[in-house]
Ligand binder design. Structure first.
Ligand code: ADP
Ligand code: MG
Length: 189
């Protein structure tokens, strides 16, 4: 079994519909879904603001590469065209981090494969990942430079302007199945 934290975002077309498509596809695998937040796009390409959320899911049949393929299939189903780098996208699904279940508790998955970096190398710098994640898992931790760090602390280290750029919206992602309990981010030692 692997549990995954996913960051999902859209800034093209029916943004909330695109995010909802991820929640719908997860079905029974869904553990938690955050509120939706709006964030202005940055970078060299002028484009509309993103709608972002974080979801947590587990699935006995998927390892980290299985989750990556699953994520890319959803991006394709949303009509994503991989053209301009940092350009607008109908749907972006990134793996933030992943845990493999083991007899003594869940073990974090690390990957340096060219197709998959885990934990996600930029997640700790992105307020639009940390703020939604914190809303559904306040005790979550993220490994940064080999150290487990509470995400609340990582968020506090960001520039106030970065945190302020992530705005809570009234858009609601509807659960098709009841929300389940998220296990502790890390096993107790
Ligand atoms: P980005 O999300 O960085 O804006 P893309 O969504 O186009 O860019 O993804 C580019 C590539 O990043 C994908 O083809 C995928 O193989 C790779 N990748 C590496 N690590 C991850 C991760 N943790 N989550 C999602 N994709 C990843
Ligand atoms: Mg991506």
């Amino acid at each position: 079994m692997t549990r995954v934290v996913l960051s999902i975002g859209s800034n093209l077309g029916d943004r909330v519909g695109r995010l909802q498509s991820v929640v719908d596809a997860l079905g029974e695998s869904l553990l938690a879904v955050s509120p939706a937040y709006e964030t202005d796009a940055w970078g060299p390409v002028a484009q509309g603001p993103f709608l972002n959320a974080v979801v947590i899911a587990d699935d006995p049949a998927l390892d980290e590469f299985g989750w990556l393929r699953w994520a890319q299939q959803l991006e394709e189903a949303a009509g994503r065209v991989r053209g301009q780098r940092w350009g607008p996208r109908t749907l972006d699904v990134d793996l933030v981090n992943c845990y493999q279940s083991a007899p003594d508790g869940d073990v974090e998955v690390f990957s340096r494969d060219y197709r998959l970096t885990l934990p996600h190398p930029l997640a700790h710098l992105r307020a639009f990942v940390l703020i939604p994640w914190l809303a559904i898992q306040p005790d979550a931790e993220l490994t940064v430079d080999g150290r487990k760090r509470p995400i609340a602390g990582l968020l506090a280290e960001l520039e106030p302007a970065d945190r302020g750029s992530v705005r809570l919206t009234a858009q609601v992602l509807n659960l098709t199945t009841p929300q389940r309990v998220v296990p502790n981010a890390m096993p107790e030692i």
